[in-house]
Ligand binder design. Structure first.
Ligand code: CU
Length: 143
């Protein structure tokens, strides 16, 4: 019951639009359209932790993909590669932006063809086991 209540409170906070309100907000979530047959797509969003406590994401999953991971694109000696983060912490009062060339949701092994106009459900799990359900539109450009 306590878990259900806190999940409800989180859902309410997620939909609040007052930027000054305390809460954990996820904004501008989207997935970049990829060519058909792409083996992975990338998802982006802004995580806004407007609370007094650190918030840690420990996993992500989607029925539309075999595996979803947190990645960061990094440049090392002129070569781009991606680093896998098993978990990601958004410090109290801080924002973490997933954006092209930086942090992203790596959505691997798509189970259906996805193109602009489609949407994908992704579930994030926090270290306290709370779950956040997101709907990410597939589109060519950032919202
Ligand atoms: Cu990646």
């Amino acid at each position: 019951m306590r878990l259900a209540l806190s999940a409800l409170l989180l859902a309410v906070m997620l939909t609040a639009c007052d930027k000054q309100a305390e809460g954990f907000f996820i904004e501008n979530a989207w997935i970049r359209e990829a060519p058909p047959n792409a083996r992975a797509l990338a998802g982006y969003m802004l995580l806004d932790n407007n609370t007094a406590a650190d918030i840690t994401l420990v996993s992500a999953e989607s029925d539309d993909f075999g595996v979803v991971q947190f990645h960061r694109s990094i440049e090392q000696d002129g070569v781009y590669r991606m680093q896998h983060y098993p978990k990601l912490t958004v410090a109290a009062g801080e924002q973490l932006e997933f954006k092209p060339g930086d942090f992203h949701l790596m959505l691997m092994s798509p189970k259906r063809a996805l193109k602009s106009g489609d949407s994908v459900e992704v579930q994030l799990t926090l270290s306290d086991q709370q779950q956040i359900k997101l709907t990410l539109p597939v589109q060519k450009k950032a919202p």
